[in-house]
Write a protein that binds this ligand. Structure first.
Ligand SMILES: Nc1ncnc2c1ncn2[C@@H]1O[C@H](COP(=O)(O)OP(=O)(O)O)[C@@H](O)[C@H]1O
Ligand SMILES: CC(=O)OP(=O)(O)O
Ligand SMILES: [Mg+2]
Length: 401
């Protein structure tokens, strides 16, 4: 069965085409800068060099049309017809409390995702545009939605509620939801497999640190707590997002700087984090390079980033009353030797013993980076949200469509 996975952002659409008989990726790529003056399409099929074209792509509908063209292209394509695709699986960031697992798209499901626009104004509308564009361009195909929030629906009230008037939860569902659930779920499973242990007996912390960053406390394979909240702004310091701060900063800054709600939202989501402190970049590679060249602001950004992550690891270890496995994943977690080292070298009191040589090995495989006698197993596990979306889509379509 051939399945197309889509991850639609506000100005981008990433895709992967899977053959589920062996979970092989037949093609993958992205359309970036949708709606801007020149959009960039990249497309790669196994064994061939990447194709890159600049084109005018006005909206997500045009982007899906472009992806269909690439997949069936005489030279670069891998399909003779779009009919070969059995289903499309979409990443949807916010599923609220309505969606505890992945589901087939129906008119009711679409209505519910629309109702959640308020809670994820940056993330859910583009996902809906992707779903509608597939309906227009491939009208007979089954669609499945996979939610970032679903895995965290096992959190208990004491971790998901905010200590604010309960009426706000009852009326508006203001609570902590958590995100990157597909990734936390996937890497926790992979870590247990690699260790040859059952998830049922493990206390784990998974750190998904990419552009967006969150960590999760996972007990017996179920999410117990996670650092993102109502929206993906809470928690860790990120590339351009602040993460945790005193909420009083919001009205205080609005007053002092005469900012509107939109402006303060944009400040905290797009102009904070590593970018704001370093004054250089939101990209951890550039931060590390500048720090190594002696830049003090870059070093401060790096130190704040790793300190805040370490605080969460300490807090979650206390929250779970113990820790067996610590997992690093996503762009920074999988690649930054320096971040992993800075976080782990101050966690010896928890029983974390990093093996410096293992930490420096570069590989795309899940691997152990702690010493053999470290009480806590520290691991790097490459994430693969698309594969989990493809698997859920495959299961649901096999069962119901
Ligand atoms: N070799 C590397 N060393 C340090 N950081 C890296 C390296 N490779 C990628 N990164 C960082 O990973 C981050 C992007 O993570 P990624 O998971 O790809 O983000 P996204 O949220 O866009 O999926 C960037 O901060 C980037 O600098
Ligand atoms: C939910 C979220 O923060 O996603 P991303 O890391 O893709 O921005
Ligand atoms: Mg990501």
């Amino acid at each position: 069965m051939i399945i197309l996975v889509m991850n639609a952002g506000s100005s981008s659409l990433k895709y992967q085409l899977y053959n589920m008989s062996n979970e092989a990726v037949l093609a993958h790529g992205s359309v970036e800068r949708i709606g801007m003056d020149s959009s960039i399409v990249t497309h790669e099929t196994s064994g061939k060099p990447e194709v890159r074209v600049v084109s005018e792509i006005l909206d997500h509908n045009a982007a899906v049309k472009k992806v269909s063209e690439m997949l069936t292209h005489r030279e670069h394509g891998v399909l003779s017809s779009l009919d070969e695709i059995k289903a499309v699986g979409h990443r949807v960031v916010h599923g609220g409390e309505s969606f505890k697992q992945s589901t087939l798209v129906t008119p009711e499901v679409k209505e519910e995702i629309r109702r959640l626009f308020d809670l994820a104004p940056l993330h859910n509308p583009p996902a809906m545009m992707g779903i509608t564009a597939v309906e227009t361009n491939m009208p007979t195909i089954s669609q499945v939605v996979v939610f970032d929030t679903a895995f965290h629906q096992t959190m208990p009230q004491e971790t998901f509620l905010y200590p604010i008037p309960m009426v706000l939860y009852r009326r508006h569902k203001i609570r902590r939801y958590g995100f990157h659930g597909t990734s936390h779920n996937y890497v926790s499973q992979q870590a247990a497999i690699k260790l040859g242990r059952s998830l049922d007996s493990l206390k784990m912390i998974t750190c998904h640190i990419g552009n967006g960053a969150s960590c999760a406390a996972i007990v017996n394979g179920r999410s117990y707590d996670t650092s993102m909240g109502l929206t993906p702004l809470e928690g860790l310091m990120m590339g351009t997002r602040s993460g945790d701060l005193d909420p009083a900063i919001v009205p205080f800054t609005m007053n002092k700087e005469e900012l509107t709600l939109n402006e303060v939202n944009s400040m905290l989501n797009k102009h904070s984090g590593l970018q704001a402190i370093s004054g250089i970049s939101s990209d951890m590679r550039e931060i590390t390079e500048s720090m190594n060249e002696g830049d003090k602001q870059a070093k401060l950004a790096f130190d704040m980033y790793t300190y805040r992550l370490r605080k969460y690891i300490g807090a979650y270890t206390a929250g779970m009353n113990g820790l067996d496995v610590l997992v690093f994943t996503a762009g920074i977690g999988e690649n930054s030797v320096a971040v992993r080292k800075a976080v782990c070298e101050n966690l010896t009191f928890l029983g974390v013993q990093l093996d410096e040589e293992r930490n420096e090995v570069r590989s795309r495989e899940a691997r152990l980076i702690s010493t053999d006698d470290s009480r806590v197993s520290v691991m790097v596990v490459p994430t693969n949200e698309e594969l989990l979306i493809a698997r859920d889509t495959y299961q649901l379509v096999k069962q119901f469509a």
